[in-house]
Design a protein around this ligand. Structure first.
Ligand SMILES: NC(=O)c1ccc[n+]([C@@H]2O[C@H](COP(=O)([O-])OP(=O)(O)OC[C@H]3O[C@@H](n4cnc5c(N)ncnc54)[C@H](O)[C@@H]3O)[C@@H](O)[C@H]2O)c1
Length: 332
């Protein structure tokens, strides 16, 4: 008899079942690991799988998280280069790929990351054909389209983190100006994640009080208080952080975990995330842009119809044209 047999009287032999609430993170770089730790701290999964191509780094990250098990409530943390470790995931988060260098635009990354996706996505689909795919790698709107095309998944199950982070940054900066917590500062950044994102000034409010109604110049060049600056700061945020610390990680990790919570708990909260917008706001091509989406356990079920001004819609269409111009040249 082993020590274990001396210690324990077995009552029931469990069948070798698989996890019920499994999440996979593909890419264990700065962003992937910030997503992983944020998800673990929120107790969202009964199993977390990590995948990367750099095996030492991957195993090191897995061991480091496993050693924290006493302080976590996710009993199984696995990793591997082989996608069999991802089998039966409910949610697969893709953060793999090249990141921006100092001063590099997100759009510049595109073909490098498409080539990486051609390997990742079919493998994810093979082992978790019913999962929701949450794309974080940049340029996120184009890569969400790429993931949708390669996976063959219905559009509601292919989600881009999109402007979820941009909107969080906007609400933080708005809160700083007003001395009110971000949670109570409401504002939506929509469209393309990054350089051409569109702030919806008409919807900015605290406690339902429209800031635009109180201060009609809000968001315009005529505004003496220069509120437009906070959107510029949002656009410049990633560049600033990358210049200072080399990459961004904590805010994107936290914002992805917030999306993961909505999906895993079927919360049906509304998030500014990237979805297929063909047919909305006069957009005629297969492009993914951020709009307010109702999110739950089956993915994106609905989109809230925004009341945009004609110049805001024009900006969305311009982003859509830019994205489509790049997408139609991509080699799958
Ligand atoms: N959507 C957003 O708001 C947002 C915010 C920040 C960063 N990002 C993007 O996230 C991505 C990751 O950024 P990072 O700072 O973590 O980069 P990183 O270089 O630290 O990590 C990328 C990881 O991907 C891995 N990888 C490369 N090819 C792979 C493959 N075929 N399969 C599995 N893994 C592979 C690398 O080994 C590396 O560990 C970048 O594209 C970045 O631009 C998006």
């Amino acid at each position: 008899m082993s020590l274990k047999d001396h210690l324990i009287h077995n009552v029931h032999k469990e069948e070798h079942g698989h996890a019920h609430n499994k999440i996979t993170v593909v890419g264990v770089g700065a962003v992937g690991m910030a997503c992983a730790i944020s998800i673990l701290m929120k107790d969202l999964a009964d199993e977390l799988a990590l995948v990367d191509v750099v095996e030492d780094k991957l195993r090191g990250e897995m061991l480091d998280l496993q050693h924290g098990s006493l302080f976590l409530r996710t009993p199984k943390i696995v990793s591997g280069k082989d996608y069999s470790v991802t089998a039966h995931s409910k949610l697969v988060i893709v953060t793999a790929g090249a990141r921006q260098q100092e001063g590099e635009s997100r759009l510049n990354l595109v073909q490098r990351n498409v080539n990486i996706f051609k390997f990742i996505i079919p493998n994810v689909v093979k082992y978790s054909p019913d999962c929701k795919l949450l794309i974080v790698s940049n340029p996120v709107d184009i890569l969400t389209y790429v993931a949708w095309k390669i996976s063959g998944f219905p559009k509601h199950r292919v989600i881009g983190s999109g402007c979820n982070l941009d909107s969080a940054r906007f609400r933080y900066l708005m809160g700083e100006r007003l001395g009110i917590h971000s949670l109570s500062c409401h504002g939506w950044i929509v469209g393309e994640h990054g350089d051409s994102s569109v702030p919806v000034w008409s919807g900015v409010n605290v406690a339902g009080i429209s800031l635009k109604a109180l201060h009609p110049d809000l968001g315009t060049d005529a505004d003496k208080e220069h509120w437009k600056e906070i959107h510029k700061q949002v656009v410049d945020s990633a560049y600033e952080v990358i210049k200072l610390k080399g990459y961004t990680s904590w805010a994107i990790g936290l914002s992805v975990a917030d999306l993961a919570e909505t999906i895993m708990k079927n919360l049906r909260r509304v998030h500014p995330i990237s979805t297929m917008v063909k047919g909305m706001h006069g957009i005629k091509e297969d492009v993914f842009l951020s709009v307010p989406c109702v999110l739950g356990s089956s993915g994106i079920t609905d989109v809230v119809k925004l009341n945009l001004k004609s110049e805001e819609e024009e900006k969305l269409r311009k982003s859509a044209d830019t994205l489509w111009g790049i997408q139609k040249e991509l080699q799958f």
